[in-house]
Ligand binder design. Sequence first.
Ligand SMILES: C[S@@+](CC[C@H](N)C(=O)[O-])C[C@H]1O[C@@H](n2cnc3c(N)ncnc32)[C@H](O)[C@@H]1O
Length: 338
Amino acid sequence: MMSLERSYDYPAKNAVRRAWMQFLPLSFQSSSCVRGLYLPGNANLELSGYLEKGVQAHQLIGAEHNEDVYERIKAQASGIHLVQGSIQEAVRQIKERGWNPLTFANFDFDGSCHTFVEDVLSVFSVFPLNDPAYLSVSSYSARDDEAVLQGIVNTSKFYSTFESTAQFWASYGRMMDRNTALRRQLPGSSVEDHVHLSRELGFLWWMALVMGSIDRCENAVWTVNESYTQSFNDILQDITRRAMERIGDQGEFRVLSDPRLGQQLRNRVCSLWPDRFEHYVWFTAQRQPMRTWMIRIQPLGQEEPRPTHFEVVEQLWNMATRTPLVYLNHSGTKISFD
Ligand SMILES: C[S@@+](CC[C@H](N)C(=O)[O-])C[C@H]1O[C@@H](n2cnc3c(N)ncnc32)[C@H](O)[C@@H]1O
């Protein structure tokens, strides 16, 4: 049966795992309070990296939703708490058991992270109130039929946020240039420049939205302010409808603006601040294109000056458009596009 299972032990994947370990602190200050959530997969290859940082197996939670591999993973859980089910189920158990909040979470999906947006966002409710949280998400990034539409919608959300269109296009151009430079390095690659629009900006938008929608509750936990997130529904639906009307049969790429979006973001004060960002591109052993984003998120105290949601979106955008794009090639070598 082993031969039918995926292997996660090959140079590019090992290099992403190493990059994540380097993104995390060398060791944690109050290591007994640390808790991490990840997808161990059939070989639990991340575990040794966490143990080297002084985190103990019982401080780690693994989630596995595939019944076919669950028993095998359980057999080599090596003392981590393994949840059979979704990431949201793991989050539910953390809350129910009153466990320490999550210092880090690594979701290296085999497919698209867009299938699991709710899961990724659910971990924000169990991030620490006073210490930074580290999040890594890996996602399949091939172009599909929806990519142009998603690209228009997601680009338009950021475009609508900023007042200066010149500034927007300058940073957007920087991002596009890096993707184009990377593509030239990939012989015979079918990955198109549009890809990052739908995948990267879509992911960034969700991160930006949830980071600004999190409130501190009286009982010392984070909660998503549902009425605030819902207040975006009409605006976002309008942008999607307009994009669908414009796209026509030609798949033409047009960016739309809705000034209501930027106004709404400027009227809310936030409690989370993203302050580190890394971005990787790599291929699986089966030559599937993947993206990995790593973000560090700082909680802000009520007494500290706090940013507006607009400033949080701007910070994420600046980090995403200014941080080098790093390609981890088939032998695991890092090639950086500034
Ligand atoms: C890419 S593998 C993990 C590899 C491992 N982290 C490593 O570094 O070698 C992802 C694993 O998580 C499982 N998985 C994917 N999405 C999941 C989800 N949303 N909830 C729970 N398990 C998931 C898959 O079935 C698979 O076993």
